[in-house]
Design a protein around this ligand. Structure first.
Ligand code: SAM
Length: 251
């Protein structure tokens, strides 16, 4: 007896689209998304597509029309509500473009809730292209089957980040100059938290002193080697997910 093929098929394309979506809603896609569905994934009438609106969750939609320039879909059912990811923020200092792209992509895949880019005195990069960053985060969320996007803030100067730091949120400060073993520090903490990571040239002494003086801050070490900024951000987040995040629960 041949097995009943899974519905929707595991290979169903997945896209974030403007919302809110609703049962019976018609969604007309053009431009890059229509090209991706029509030319790359070669969808046709009746095919399944997974749509997320970053608000109501993950919708199973069916293609009703697949034209040269646009694809029309009908939202049918809501298999999954918006995800609940651990309340953990990543505050990475801006890095050179391709390295920061990596941080955005990997942090999204790892389940970050909120990305707050930081400007410090030794940052080589001084600005972030918001559209480009949003595209990288969205594509990473589509690729790893997230049903909601991480929040992505505008870059903020370190002193403003510290001044406006929210009450009750721990600030783990990745300091190559030394600190508490990260795994133990993460395990000992419960509640909202964040990881602050420096730029290519690290924090200068005045910045390090200001961070260490902040009541919410705890310096942590990520081991005896000097990691690149992107490695420290991705490695530190992965460790947190394993010790205190949603990797520590059976799926
Ligand atoms: N200033 C350092 C140097 O050039 O010797 C390098 C800075 S490192 C490339 C960038 C950032 O990664 C640091 O500011 C820190 O936040 C983090 N980092 C790198 N290695 C680390 C470690 N072993 N422990 C904790 N944080 C680390």
């Amino acid at each position: 007896m041949p097995a009943t093929p899974a519905w929707p098929p595991k290979s169903a394309p997945r896209l974030f689209v403007p919302g809110p979506l609703a049962e019976g809603a018609t969604i007309s896609l053009d431009g890059g998304q229509a090209h991706y569905l029509g030319k790359v994934m070669r969808v046709g009438p009746g095919d399944a597509v997974i749509l997320c609106d970053d608000a109501t969750g993950e919708w199973l939609a069916r293609v009703t029309e697949a034209g040269k320039r646009d694809v029309v879909l009908l939202a049918e059912t809501l298999p999954r509500p918006p995800e609940s990811v651990p309340d953990f923020w990543l505050c990475p200092a801006l890095l050179k473009k391709d390295r920061f792209d990596l941080v955005l992509e990997k942090a999204t895949e790892l389940g970050i809730a909120h990305i707050r880019p930081v400007l410090t005195r030794r940052c080589v990069a001084d600005k972030l292209n918001p559209e480009r960053a949003r595209t990288i985060v969205t594509e990473a969320a589509e690729q790893c089957a997230r049903t909601a996007l991480p929040a992505l803030a505008e870059p903020v100067k370190l002193d403003a980040l510290l001044r406006d730091w929210p009450e009750g949120r721990a600030l783990f400060f990745a300091d190559e100059a030394g600190g508490a073993p990260a795994a133990a520090a993460f395990a000992a903490h419960s509640g909202p938290a964040a990881l602050l990571v420096g730029p290519e040239g690290g924090f200068d002494d005045a910045e390090r002193a200001a961070i260490r003086a902040h009541p919410a801050a705890q310096a942590i070490t990520l081991g005896p080697r000097i990691l690149r900024g992107e490695t420290a951000a991705i490695g530190g987040l992965a460790l947190w997910m394993g010790v205190a995040g949603d990797w520590s629960a059976a799926v």
